[in-house]
Design a protein around this ligand. Sequence first.
Ligand SMILES: *Cc1c(COP(=O)(O)O)cnc(C)c1O
Ligand SMILES: [Zn+2]
Length: 428
Amino acid sequence: MSLAADTSVRGSGSATSLDLGPARALSCRECGHEVPLAAEFACPQCFGPLEVAYDFGRVTRESIEAGPKSIWRYRELLPVPARVTSVPNTEPGLTRLIKADRLGAELGLRNLWVKDDTGNPTHSFKDRVVAVALAAARELGFTVLCCPSTGNLANAVAAAAARAGWDSVVLIPSSLEQAKVLTTAVYGGTLLAVDGNYDDVNRLATELAAEHEDWAFVNVNVRPYYAEGSKTLGFEVAEQLGWRLPEQVVVPVASGSQLTKVDKGFTELGRLGLVEATPYKVFGAQATGCSPVSTAYAEGTDVVRPVKPDTIARSLAIGNPADGPYVLDAVRRTGGAVADVSDAEVVEGIRLLARTEGVFAETAGGVTIATTRKLVESGQLDPDAETVLLITGDGLKTLDAVSGQVGPTATVPSTSKAVREALAAQGL
Ligand SMILES: *Cc1c(COP(=O)(O)O)cnc(C)c1O
Ligand SMILES: [Zn+2]
């Protein structure tokens, strides 16, 4: 097939010339209505969100294990062409899964793992979703990669566009952490800092997506493809556990997309016979200053009421989460829960993970650790069940969270006497 898809496939054009691997159609999560593969995100019948539906071929553990050491080893389970590895894109994934006995002892969890997704090309799990979005967007005929972002997505989009030789247009709230602004700007591309919060930025991006037919907003008009990238976190955890599902997984929640797709990934592995379909529980973690899903969970409702975010966990600060109701569904269906923690607890969580496991997470990681502690204390997490915590971003991007909290043990004059005295004060 030709490399550049005919421009008529953008929007609601025919899907016959597209190669999106095992993807068969887009299907409405609300009413099940199907539309051909295209850059659509809302159901034409009921405006519900569309997601990718598949006809999977025969996929084996061996075929996956023989694949590249990146998310592309799962390409037979993703909406991307088979030639995805031969065109410029990032190679995220296969980040380490570490046994976390010291953290487990502190949290009261006897069988604990940490999935350390700080090891991706731009140091967050967003590289996974952007790589899949770029591959699908290329096939759909787009030429510019765009997003509204709370920070990590901005990094991932700007970097992936740079590597692919595409232009990028990224919109961020101007209040974002300085590190996330610089680590986006350095890749080139257009970066607009908007005086507003994420929900404002998202609304502006949605308007632009309607006006520019060759701009792929990864989390807006190609969102169904983007979202599938998060399944690879679930796939990797299962493969790294020796082709088994964990019994409990704790996932930070912003829009909620990641949590629902980790669940989808586990389910698909079971259906395809790649793992035994053993039961697992999915737990969601939020910061109290932006906890619309946790609040709905506690109130026992399906209605997620939008909030105005006020938390240091800016990467999770989405006040009106698109996938909120589906998070509630996944959590309730599997027997999990959603909880939230204060900013002070987030900082304690960051420090606890760093001091016990040598992993420096950003604020979202602090949310996951602190929420895990809370869920153990409330008896909602089983201390004996095998548990995986998703650490989704790197602490170097959110240094403000710990500055003033940690620093040198002592600052001393350059004399051996002063050094010895300072060590002696530490009992050393
Ligand atoms: C975006 C983000 C999340 C949450 O992702 P959603 O899919 O929107 O829920 C979690 N952690 C980090 C570090 C992120 O950047
Ligand atoms: Zn519908």
